[in-house]
Design a protein around this ligand. Sequence first.
Ligand code: CU
Length: 170
Amino acid sequence: MKTQTIIITAYAILSTVTAIPVLASDGHAAVFPFGHSGEARNVNRVIAVKADDIFFNPNSITVKAGETVKFIVTNTGRLPHEFVLGDKAEQAQHEKQMQAMQNMPMQGKGGISMPGMGNDPNGIFIAPGETKTLVWTFTRPGTVEYACHEPGHYAAGMVGRITIQRERRK
Ligand SMILES: [Cu+2]
């Protein structure tokens, strides 16, 4: 069957480009330079973010190192969006993958939903009208971005900045 051949080819291409983000699908908490996926029982802050066409609101957030934040992301737009946490390197990597996927024949009209994306610890895909949550523990001071890599969105400025301040002394 023709469709099957296309899908197999697509997966073959994918497996060569998705070397890094798949690492957490075994259930282990993935640790990134900018923190790690958090657990619900440790949440000490809740931040609501709207993903719209084509921007985030708010587009800047300040947290403290050591905080576990529950992001509640609602897609209030008409286009599919993503909320991917990462430093510049991580964002560049994700952007590259999404561009590679864009050139594949299996891309649907509903946006690109990466196979295994649901297991991707630092990102969520949000369909229009949908609300999803992401719990993240920020481990050290610095700057992290949250970005959308649906085709053209990152380039259009669909990115926000998280400033992680030094942990307050007790
Ligand atoms: Cu977007």
